[in-house]
Design a binder for this molecule. Sequence first.
Ligand code: ADP
Length: 270
Amino acid sequence: AELELSKNGWLLDIEKLTLGENIGEGEFGAVYEGVYMGQRVAVKTIKCDVTAQAFLQETMVMTKLQHKNLVRLLGVILHKGLHIVTELMTKGNLVNFLRTRGRSVVNSVQLLRFSLDVCEGMEYLESKKLVHRDLAARNVLISDDNVAKVSDFGLTKVDSKVSDKAKLPVKWTAPEALKKEKFSTKSDVWSYGILLWEIFSYGRQPYPKMSLQEVKDKVEQGYRMEAPEDCPPSVYSLMRVCWEQEPRKRPGFHKLREKLDREMEKLSPG
Ligand code: ADP
């Protein structure tokens, strides 16, 4: 993996990196703001060597993916484990963005814009036959110019939250993925429905007040969340099709994007 990355210019030079403030905590290490050759970047550090090797494999996948709604990989640095360098998303993750600003600042056109952004990123992953497995508002980041981008794609196979059944993000995971580990684009679509709910509820925790076991049982029996306050009925019906028990009955991301385009046209013509 190392040789492959270096041949293609993805191996960056630690000497050219200036690390700044700590901006987040990941599962395997801290995330820092930094500057690489004049560009502001985010640097995810992975200290453990074994984990670093696994991540290095996965970053190979990321080198092949480029889309305006995916957080862009700039390269990796092999130094005391692994540093993964990506574009800096100055406005942080979508949950905090919506919680801190709220209804008085963010209008429904902006909510729909974020929904479309994420959908377009996922449509691209779908076209590449890549399954995310951990799609949630906490894994969507906001750029300086308010564009939402999906992060952590391609890395989820090494992510123990996803690869270890006991740690699955239950409230975001489709029933067939929880029960039989059947992950697919259609299980990502289920998660996307939860993400839509998070967006239109301004960053609330899904299934408020319910325990994980309760969510597993009730959802299996057909229980679904209600529409968030003031959520347009057309958007809520999109959530509901994403939450079809039967994966086949859920739309793909291409279809979802077309529906969202039409919603956007209604809400903000032209
Ligand atoms: P993990 O997936 O291991 O939990 P994340 O990649 O989600 O770690 O990073 C944790 C936090 O760090 C994010 O919620 C976000 O606030 C911040 N962060 C991660 N990547 C970036 C980035 N490219 N730009 C800005 N902030 C980031």
